[in-house]
Design a protein around this ligand. Structure first.
Ligand SMILES: [Zn+2]
Ligand SMILES: [Zn+2]
Length: 170
């Protein structure tokens, strides 16, 4: 197939490395060069980038995304509660299963949930869980039990630290 090279980096244009219209024309820029050019342009025009994002994130798009996040949340809560959709109730807080989805969260059993969350590139932690086929080590907790867990863990932590301090130096 007679097809040209990228006008900038001289790479051979193929169906995979350039846009269909450019491939058809047989001359132009490869995707990498276009992306690089765009990146540079938006870096030089930060206000244009902001404006574009503002226009893109219409109310409809934001609502659609939040609905999608809710769906992933339901999937995750269902998975980690074995379908009961209830708080794991590790402190005996609830006499009847607690099921208000608004106050249910996925909790990292060993802690470190925050660090985990930051590492995930996904816009939704629930989506990240779904995409990784619901890895082990998570549980469903309501905000209440999560707060209790935090305090209990912190107390244990400081107790251990105090014990360390009071131990005679050898
Ligand atoms: Zn190129
Ligand atoms: Zn709870």
């Amino acid at each position: 197939m007679p097809i040209g090279k990228c006008s900038v980096c001289r790479v051979q244009l193929t169906k995979e490395n350039c846009r269909p219209s450019i491939f058809k024309k047989g001359s132009g820029y490869c995707n990498a060069c276009i992306n690089e050019w765009q990146k540079r342009w938006y870096r030089a025009h930060p206000e244009a980038g902001r404006e574009k994002r503002r226009k893109y994130w219409t109310l409809e798009r934001r609502l659609a995304r939040s609905r999608e996040a809710q769906e992933f949340k339901k999937l995750a809560i269902s998975h980690y509660s074995n379908g009961t959709m209830a708080c794991a109730n590790p402190f005996g807080e609830h006499l009847t299963p607690y099921r208000n989805l608004l106050a249910l969260t996925i909790n990292h059993i060993e802690g470190g949930g925050g660090r985990h969350r930051k590492k995930a590139k996904y816009w939704s932690f629930y989506k990240w869980l779904a995409r990784h086929e619901f890895p082990e080590g998570f549980q469903v907790l309501c905000m209440n039990c999560q707060m209790i867990k935090k305090i209990v863990n912190n107390e244990m932590h400081s107790e251990l630290q105090n014990r360390d301090k009071t131990q005679p130096q050898t």
